[in-house]
Design a protein around this ligand. Structure first.
Ligand SMILES: [Zn+2]
Length: 167
């Protein structure tokens, strides 16, 4: 018993530098969902029809097709002592709707969306571009963007953490 007690005392200095991590226990992750539908086509002009179909499957359909996208924006922070909010969800919704949904809803992603010009309109690229657009406005509203989840079909979705490792 005495031996174990001595051992645990020896461990204390080792763990001391980790103490600040335990002070951040009140970090909360909050998510807002928004919806849009849009058409696109995944296609490389320099490839043959066969190769486009082989690589992009149904998303290579020449005459376009659409998806009902679900966009989940996750923000982290500590609840404000006055409001209890990490970020006001109304503010977050306005940011997403005005800056992203307005530009994408009922649009052709290949033809109608300036910030996607010249790139493949894949769900991956879309998630990265959405991050770039709303990162700063969310920070100005008091939150920290930490994840974009973009659901393309009930079986497929992508998650983007701003180029950082998620955990
Ligand atoms: Zn598609």
């Amino acid at each position: 018993m005495l031996y174990l007690t001595n051992n645990s005392y020896q461990l204390v200095p080792f763990f001391l530098p980790l103490y600040p991590i335990f002070q951040r226990l009140e970090t909360v992750y909050i998510t807002r969902r928004e919806h849009f539908n849009a058409a696109h086509k995944l296609w490389r002009e320099e490839w043959s029809d066969e190769k486009n179909e082989e690589v992009f499957g149904k998303c290579s359909n020449k005459n376009w097709h659409g998806h009902n996208f679900e966009l989940f924006v996750t923000v982290k922070g500590e609840p404000n002592p006055e409001t209890g909010f990490v970020i006001n969800l109304k503010d977050l919704s306005v940011i997403i709707k005005e800056l992203v949904i307005e530009q994408l809803d009922h649009k052709n992603l290949n033809l109608d969306v300036p910030f996607l010009k010249g790139m493949l309109a894949s769900t991956e690229n879309l998630a990265i571009e959405i991050w770039k657009i709303i990162d700063a406005p969310i920070r100005e509203a008091g939150g920290q963007l930490c994840k974009i989840k973009l659901v393309e079909t009930e079986n497929n979705y992508v998650e983007y953490f701003g180029g950082k490792e998620p955990f």
